[in-house]
Ligand binder design. Structure first.
Ligand code: FPP
Length: 253
């Protein structure tokens, strides 16, 4: 197992995004119902959040419920929603003790009232925290987010708050749920699937992708360290060539 001392503290990703996958398969392997996997997934969330906070990662975005997940059986959706409320309730104090700021992206108002209220309450309580930003993607999908951004932008155009000639990538980003949040340098997906599943499509344009066969309930901070170590061994060229990177030319110039 990798220890955090093996990581280069000066080259940590500022933002790590994770697609937590494999809860159902993990439960099935153990002869249990799918929700057993989700419940154990909460332990993985806790350990990963603690590990990320301890390392000094700025932003951790977790795909907790996608727009497409609404198509799952009602019983699983209800169980997941109850689990979310219970987890938010139980963990808010730990978030406060660890200076973690809770945030959310997605169509929050489409969530059941109790989930939306609990979530908004915890977001409010932790809003002054200055450590890790823990961002839950809930009822989230990139296509929803991008279409929503277009609607908001068109509204501002119609109200003449902006001009069409002002539209560029930087302006467009202000209309995304992630406005003000740096793009993830590292995207991790668990469970051995090689898909992005409608997650942060705009934001991961230059992210390093890391896939692990580990099922989400088995994921712990050491798996995060391993992914970060792998990331630190990669050369990020942003369309340039190795020699330019070696000469330390500003990636944005
Ligand atoms: C994917 O596994 C996981 C989810 C859709 C839900 C993730 C939720 C949690 C980890 C629990 C609560 C989260 C928080 C933030 C407190 P899957 O069900 O798609 O697994 P499968 O691919 O094996 O079927």
């Amino acid at each position: 197992m990798i220890s955090k001392e093996q990581l280069d503290k000066d080259r940590l990703p500022r933002h790590v995004a994770i697609i937590m996958d494999g809860n159902g398969r993990w439960a099935k392997q153990k002869g249990n119902p799918r929700i057993f996997g989700h419940k154990n997934g909460v332990d993985a969330v806790r350990d990963t959040v603690e590990g990320a906070a301890e390392l000094g990662i700025g932003f951790l975005t977790l795909y907790a419920f996608s727009t497409e997940n609404w198509k799952r059986p009602r019983t699983e959706i209800d169980a997941l929603m109850s689990l979310l409320v219970a987890s938010i309730h139980k963990e808010t104090k730990t978030l406060l003790d660890n200076n973690v700021r809770l945030r959310a992206i997605g169509d929050i108002d489409s969530l059941p009232k109790s989930v939306a209220q609990n979530l908004k309450g915890a977001i409010k309580k932790t809003e002054k925290n200055t450590g890790l930003n823990l961002i839950l993607a809930l009822s989230y999908s990139s296509r929803w987010e991008i279409v929503n951004a277009v609607k908001l932008l068109v509204e501002d155009l119609q109200k003449e708050k902006i001009n069409s000639e002002d539209i560029n990538a930087s302006l467009f980003e202000l209309y995304l749920n992630t406005a003000g949040i740096p793009d993830p340098e590292l995207l991790i997906r668990t469970s051995g699937e090689y898909r992005i599943s409608n997650y942060l499509l705009w934001q991961i344009a230059y992210s390093e992708l890391y896939f692990t066969p580990t099922l989400w309930p088995d994921f712990r901070r050491e798996h995060l360290y391993k992914a970060i170590l792998d990331y630190q061994c990669r050369e990020r060229r942003f369309g340039k060539i190795s020699e330019q990177i070696a000469e330390n030319i500003n990636v944005n110039s």
